[in-house]
Every structure is written in structure tokens, then in C-alpha cells.
Design a protein around this ligand. Structure first.
Ligand code: ZN
Ligand code: MN
Length: 490
């Protein structure tokens, strides 16, 4: 909650690793883990005389990302050197893009909501975000610090990551709350994963985000000094860091203390942000065009061909699930959180012609078993077709709901068919009215006192009779038919 009279101004920068097999300007493998400095060559080590060559696959994936985020791709973009010294940057500059980026001028509609005390969304509303640009650049290496402070402390440089392709996505300062930024980053992650442009996994570091946060009095049009928040290892940490920073700055302004333009880190242990360094201004980097690379040109045909290969995007699919299948917003949103699961649902729903029940099973039983086993929908031994078969069997009254759940787990663990598991477990329901009627007659005859009491008006006893019949049938009687017959006989 932001203090009355104040508002936050937040802009986001996301570095997304494009999911190529090799680096952006050389053919070294992009790999995490492995021997330090094993995946390096004269180009990514920055040895004198080595020349970069642009990886074509980077352009394909960048185009997928740009188009699915509503960005305009420029026919010509220029690589530029961003000069700075740091041990993990062997050339002394990063090859990036500056005044002629790969894409710019995007407009993206996301859904966002504030959260209540329990972290639940209050009300989802659409919000349009201006994307200033997505440019291409290479990643730096990694400095690794080991040992105890002051004792046996060593620092190493690992250049396996140097030259990994990145798309840097920069927004206008359009966010006013931490939850808007949170929903934005999740939107970007999901879209990039969905179209296969990036694994977008923050824990693995292949999606990193920075938030530029400042505050101002409502009504002010200029900007006050901003802090750039880094070291945000999860979307939730980022949200908390922004929230802390908004309060810290408002507090400082109200006390008349200086708010400096600086880079701050999130300290999860202490739940605060701390100063990392005062911020360099853009001109410190002495950008100039990279003389070793040609301008990057893309044709209209190329852009059109990429457009055609982009699948239906998650928000479009969510809206279609609501319109076509009558799902709730919440169910549809949850289904499209994962592309594999969304497709699995659709296959199931088309076969069962019961979308609501299909959604319940996919979001309930299937999701639980997938989470427990760490499997993806593609690895599930129960295919969408199998689940549809199970749902149809349940709907036909051959088994009851709790049996269906048991059958599902057995199928999930063993890969058996519905029919096979039902047979093995002898689950087939008794739906033959004659057989059930016989049991009902026996139960009524054996419980004279209860029968008399029920007929005298004690309707609560109905449950007792149902229980007795189910017990006598060893749980196999179809409960619907049991109810009908009991009602007519009593
Ligand atoms: Zn290399
Ligand atoms: Mn960057």
C-alpha cells in the first residue's frame, strides 16, 4: 500500500537468455555447469584478432520474442560496443545495441491485480504497458567468489557464460505498483517460454530482471532520482524489493533526506535493499558502432514467416477457453500457465465434450500427480486420450468418483488403460436395477425399526439405508440408482 499523496514510478528491464544451442558470436556451446572456462574460444575470450559472426538462430528467436510481445522489428539494426571494465568482460566492452535496436515501440496488454493480505488477487484488470525496445546483446562471464571472508578467499573468472545471447526488454516507466511489475514479469516469462524463445527460468538465471524505482507526489510530472534494483532472484523477491524501496524513498523524501541515483541489491535475509554502487550514466559507456559486425538486416518475408510460426498466445487461448468452453476466468488462467497442460486440457475436453469436468481433472488430479512426480504433461503416462476415456467411464456411471480417482493414480503410476485398471481392481459398478433392488429389499427387511421410523417422518435415516446398501454391495452399487430405488421402496 502506497502512502497517501504519493505514487511510485517503476520501469522494468528484463534480460532474457535466448534459447540457442550456441553463443551469439561464436560456435561455443551454451551450457550451465561443467568445467569452468571449458566452453570458450578466441572470440568469447576476447583474444586480439578474433572476429564475431552473428548466430542466425539468435535472430529467429529474437524475432519470435519481439513479435509475440507486440514489438516492431526494424529492417536494420546496428550492434554497438558498450565500453566498461569488469573482470568478467574480457574484451573491455560488451557487444550490445544502442540507438538502432533490433525492435522497439511495443505495446503489451497484461492482466494485473493488487493482492490482499493473504496474497490473493483482488480484481484482475487489463493494463497496457509501453515496451520501449528489445535489443540484442551478449552476456558477460561470471565472477565466482569462494572461501570465507578474509580467510582463504579467492575470486575466479568463469567465461562459460560470456557470449550467451540475450534479449534486453525495456519498458517505459508505466508501472505504479509492485504487483503490476510482478504480473508483467510473469506475463513476459510465460510468453517467452510459450513461443520457445527463452527458458525464462529466473532460478537458473536465464531471465534476470531489474526494476527502476522512484516516487513522486501525485500530480508531479517530472521524475525524482531513481534506484535501480538488482539481484532479484525471483519474481516474488522483486515484488518485495520494489515495495520496500517505495516506502524507503517516500520516507526519505518526507524527512528531507537525499534519495540518490544508485544501484541497490535485494537482501532477502534482512528483507531490505542496500546500496551496491552509485549509478553510471549512459554516456559513461562511450557507445559506438561495432566495426567488426555488419548492420543486421531482416526482410519482410522473414518477419512474415516468423509470424506464421508463432502459436496462439496464452492470453488469446485463455479468452478462447472462456468463450468456447465456458470455463471460469480462474480455471482458464490456470490452464494456460503451462502450454503443455493447456493443450492436454483441450484434447481431453474435445473427447469428453465435458470441458468443465475435464478442467477439474486436469487442474486437480493430473496437476497434483505431475507436481508430486516432477513430471511434465508430455511425460505423463496418462495421456489426454486416456483421461478422456476415464472421464467418460465415470460419466457413464460404471465407476464412482472416488474409484475414478484411484483408477487415475494407478494409470498414472503404471501406464495401464482404464479398462485394465477397473478390471484388476474389480471396480465395475453395479448399475443393474434388478440386482440393486434385491439388496434394497434385504436391507429393508433386516431393519424393521429404522424402516418404521423413516416412514413415520425421520428422513435423516435415508442416509443410513444408502450406507447399508453400499456396504452390502461392497461399494460397487451405482449410488444414483441406489437412491432412486430406495426412495420408491421406502
Ligand atoms: Zn566462443
Ligand atoms: Mn543489458
Amino acid at each position: 500500500m502506497i502512502k497517501d499523496g504519493w505514487e511510485a514510478v517503476i520501469g522494468m528491464e528484463i534480460h532474457a537468455q535466448l534459447a540457442t544451442a550456441t553463443k551469439i558470436f561464436c560456435s561455443c556451446a551454451v551450457q550451465t555447469g561443467g568445467e569452468p572456462n571449458a566452453n570458450t574460444c578466441p572470440v568469447c575470450l576476447g583474444l586480439p584478432g578474433a572476429l564475431p559472426v552473428l548466430n542466425r538462430r539468435v535472430v529467429d528467436l529474437a524475432a519470435r520474442a519481439a513479435l509475440s510481445l507486440g514489438l516492431q522489428i526494424h529492417e536494420t539494426s546496428i550492434f554497438a560496443r558498450k565500453n566498461y571494465f569488469y573482470p568478467d568482460l574480457p574484451k573491455g566492452y560488451q557487444i550490445s545495441q544502442y540507438d538502432k535496436p533490433f525492435s522497439s515501440n511495443g505495446s503489451l496488454t497484461i492482466l494485473t491485480s493488487e493482492r490482499d493480505d493473504q496474497g490473493r488477487a483482488v480484481e484482475w484488470k487489463p493494463m497496457t504497458i509501453r515496451l520501449e525496445r528489445m535489443h540484442l546483446e551478449e552476456d558477460a562471464g561470471k565472477n565466482v567468489h569462494e572461501g570465507l571472508p578474509d580467510v582463504d578467499k579467492y575470486s575466479y573468472v568463469d567465461l562459460n557464460r560470456a557470449g550467451t545471447p540475450l534479449g534486453e526488454i525495456v519498458t517505459a516507466p508505466d508501472f505504479r505498483t509492485s504487483w503490476q511489475a510482478y504480473d508483467y514479469v510473469n506475463h513476459i516469462r510465460r510468453v517467452l517460454q510459450w513461443v520457445g524463445a527463452s527458458d525464462a527460468d529466473m532460478e537458473k538465471g536465464n531471465l534476470r530482471c531489474e526494476a527502476n524505482v522512484s516516487v513522486r507526489k501525485i500530480g508531479e510530472t517530472g521524475f525524482r532520482n531513481k534506484a535501480e534494483l538488482k539481484n532479484l532472484n525471483s519474481v516474488r523477491f522483486m515484488q518485495k524489493a520494489i515495495e520496500f524501496e517505495i516506502e524507503r524513498q517516500i520516507d526519505a523524501h518526507e524527512k528531507g533526506e537525499a534519495v540518490n541515483q544508485e544501484t541497490r541489491l535485494w537482501d532477502e535475509k534482512n528483507q531490505i535493499t542496500r546500496v551496491m554502487r552509485s549509478k553510471e550514466d549512459a554516456h559513461d559507456y562511450r557507445y559506438f558502432p561495432e566495426p567488426d559486425l555488419q548492420p543486421l538486416t531482416v526482410t519482410n518475408e522473414f518477419i512474415e514467416s516468423v509470424k506464421c510460426s508463432i502459436p496462439e498466445l496464452p492470453h488469446a487461448m485463455r479468452d478462447r477457453f472462456i468463450d468456447v468452453y465456458g470455463l471460469s476466468f480462474s480455471d482458464a488462467s490456470q490452464l494456460v500457465n503451462d502450454k503443455g497442460r493447456a493443450e492436454y486440457f483441450e484434447t481431453t475436453a474435445r473427447r469428453t465434450l465435458n470441458p468443465k469436468m475435464s478442467a477439474n481433472w486436469v487442474l486437480g488430479e493430473l496437476t497434483r500427480e505431475l507436481n508430486n512426480s516432477g513430471k511434465t504433461t508430455a511425460e505423463s503416462l496418462v495421456t489426454a486420450e486416456d483421461l478422456a476415456e476415464l472421464i467418460k467411464t465415470l460419466e457413464a456411471g460404471k465407476i464412482n468418483n472416488s474409484q475414478a480417482k484411484e483408477v487415475f493414480i494407478e494409470m498414472f503410476n503404471t501406464g495401464s488403460s482404464v479398462a485394465r485398471v477397473i478390471e484388476d481392481k474389480a471396480f465395475e459398478q453395479v448399475s443393474d436395477p434388478g440386482a440393486i433392488e434385491k439388496i434394497v429389499d434385504e436391507i429393508i427387511a433386516a431393519n424393521e425399526a429404522q424402516t418404521a421410523a423413516y416412514r413415520a417422518g425421520n428422513e435423516k435415516l435415508f442416509g443410513f439405508f444408502v450406507g447399508q446398501v453400499m456396504k452390502a454391495s461392497q461399494g460397487k452399487a451405482n449410488p444414483k440408482i441406489v437412491n432412486e430405488i430406495l426412495k420408491s421402496k421406502l
